[in-house]
Design a protein around this ligand. Structure first.
Ligand SMILES: Cc1cc2nc3c(=O)[nH]c(=O)nc-3n(C[C@H](O)[C@H](O)[C@H](O)COP(=O)(O)OP(=O)(O)OC[C@H]3O[C@@H](n4cnc5c(N)ncnc54)[C@H](O)[C@@H]3O)c2cc1C
Length: 533
């Protein structure tokens, strides 16, 4: 921070940059959510496209969530609909990798997923917040069963190579000690009358009561070994039954200075942010179940392995040229009255399309963020059996950032797949630059610093570097305030006969809800245009 600026004038952007620099871009994104820069979904229930489209046809490019929401709703409203999709499956980034699947990335590396039956990795989306009403409603309408996604697990680890000799700490202990000592400090300041100018006498009494409750303080407003603190951070010997029943309170509270230096406080805030607050959901069997259900619903209108290479509109129609994504061959053409294009901007900016200068500038303006996910299969669910971690997430300052535990199949006794790395920012570029097998090896090596059992139990893994995914070339659109101000509205306008939709055309970037709400907004405007012709 510049020395000429007092802390009180730190801008929101500066604060986000600071948080981002200590805790990684994922935290920065979560911080944005917490500061109201990421808004709640506007979804208000199934749309009704009233009025007769009089035989109008729409060509939809991309069978991701945005494309398939549009295809389903426009078809139901009486439009002639055709979808062209690059992949041989529906869903786009909504995708689960299971045993037997194979995936070829840009540059030609093909990975065959060797997971046992029933196990999977969600390389892209993995959680749905309760307030993403749109995507949840499509799950309901398509019969996609949901189960809880555990965001915060108090018994998972927070870990830093720079603190506690590199030994992972339990989330529960760090959080209890941090909150407890903040509460104690504030209680001390209150009792020493240092807050008199800021807090009324009456409020001070309530403040002290609330600090005692929030921070688990004792009768002297101290966060000290005893029943109150042990009820938060856990016991040295937990209460049980019979003659050996007496609990032993926990004594190894970590002091404030060590906690602050450890920076582990950055990891314990994740679940407070709006997008991460309980309840979160995941589809039973993998996030890809949503795309698969849409795909079944729209089987007759989706053409797979169709790679769009050119989009041309004139005063009468839109003509789209595509090639077989697998075998190449002669280009083919499909045409319709209108085109809704949901191809990610990273790809669309390289496709020949005749839209106006403003929309073209918007298409070219948005870089795509980096991310890598690695799934690791183990012979046994040691995190449950040895460490009693059932679902949720451990956080680390290692490049892998995250270890995600399966939120289902507890005590199943068999093998299990961990999200062994969820890498962002510069580390994600480093991981992406490695061949997939090396990415898996890195995730294994770093993860073994937290769970030494990796060394005995590891079986196989798969790694998706999103900048090498040929059909997205990145994780999600990376808008800034400046690019939004200049280009966002131009991106979303109907350009003669072409309209764009997708997470990139939303204010909920990198969430499926952005794809749903953008699609609904786009087809509502398109429909108004069509019925008013
Ligand atoms: C690592 C990661 C983590 C995420 N985590 C979450 C999460 O936890 N929860 C959540 O809700 N969201 C999450 N997201 C975001 C979510 O996946 C997206 O916002 C959403 O799936 C985007 O849908 P879409 O329809 O806009 O785009 P896409 O799903 O990308 O669909 C676009 C479609 O266009 C097709 N296409 C591309 N090029 C061509 C071409 N030339 N011709 C024909 N078709 C083409 C693609 O194959 C694809 O099917 C995550 C994404 C990533 C990558």
């Amino acid at each position: 921070m510049s020395s000429t600026k007092a802390p009180t004038v730190m801008s929101r952007r500066e604060l986000l940059t600071l948080i981002g620099s200590v805790a990684g871009s994922a935290v920065s994104y979560r911080a944005m959510a917490g500061m109201g820069l990421v808004s709640e979904s506007t979804y208000k229930g199934p749309i009704k496209l009233e009025g007769n489209p009089r035989g109008a046809s729409v060509l939809i490019l991309g069978a991701g969530i945005a494309g398939m929401v549009a295809a389903m709703e426009l078809r139901n409203a009486g439009y002639k609909v055709q979808v062209l999709e690059y992949n041989n499956r529906a869903g786009g980034r909504n995708w689960s990798l299971r045993g037997g699947d194979s995936y070829t990335e840009l540059g030609g590396f093909t990975q065959k997923c060797e997971f046992d039956p029933g196990l999977y990795l969600n390389p892209g989306p993995w959680r749905i917040p309760y307030h993403h009403h749109g995507i949840l409603d499509y799950c309901r309408r398509l019969g996609v069963a949901l189960e809880p996604f555990v965001q915060v697990n108090y018994n998972a680890f927070v870990h830093s190579t720079e603190a506690f000799g590199g030994k992972p700490q339990r989330y529960r202990e760090i959080q209890a000690d941090y909150h407890g000592q903040i509460a104690e400090l504030l209680a001390k300041a209150t009792n020493q009358k240092k807050l008199d100018a800021l807090v009324s006498k009456e409020d001070q009494e309530m403040l002290l009561a609330s600090l005692k409750s929030w921070g688990a303080l004792d009768k002297d407003y101290k966060y000290a070994p005893g029943e109150a603190s042990s009820n938060r951070r856990g016991f040295q010997k937990a209460p049980s039954g019979g003659l050996s029943a007496r609990p032993v309170y926990s004594t190894d509270i970590t002091g404030m200075s060590e906690l602050l230096k450890s920076q582990l406080w950055a990891s314990i805030s994740a679940g407070h942010n709006y997008e991460m607050q309980t309840t979160l959901f995941q589809p039973v069997g993998g996030m890809g179940r949503i795309g698969e259900a849409f795909g079944r619903e729209l089987a007759s209108v989706i053409q797979y392995n169709a790679k769009v290479v050119k989009i041309r509109q004139d005063s009468k129609k839109v003509a789209v040229t595509y090639v077989d994504a697998k075998s190449g061959g002669e280009p083919r053409t499909a045409s319709a009255d209108y085109c809704l294009c949901t191809i990610p901007l990273s790809v669309l900016s390289q496709i020949d399309i005749n839209v106006g200068a403003k929309m073209q500038a918007a298409i070219n303006a948005v870089p795509y963020m980096s991310a890598v996910k690695v799934g690791l299969q183990f012979k046994r669910r040691f995190w449950e059996q040895d460490e009693h971690i059932y679902g949720g997430i451990s956080y680390t300052n290692l490049p892998i950032r995250t270890i995600g535990y399966p939120n289902t199949g507890y005590h199943s006794g068999g093998k299990g797949v961990l999200l062994g790395a969820y890498v962002f920012g510069p580390n994600a570029f480093e991981f992406t630059a490695l061949p997939p097998a090396e990415r898996v090896k890195k995730a294994y090596e770093y993860g073994a610093m937290i769970h030494p059992q990796y060394k005995q139990e590891f079986e196989n893994g798969i790694a998706v570097g999103w900048h090498r995914v040929p059909w997205t070339l990145g994780c999600a659109g990376g808008w800034t305030d400046e690019t939004r101000a200049q280009h966002y509205d131009n991106l979303c306008q109907l350009d003669n006969r072409i309209l764009l939709a997708g997470e990139h055309a939303s204010y909920i970037p990198a969430w499926q809800e952005g794809a749903v709400t953008s699609s609904i907004d786009a087809i509502t405007r398109l429909h108004q245009h069509v019925v008013n012709r």
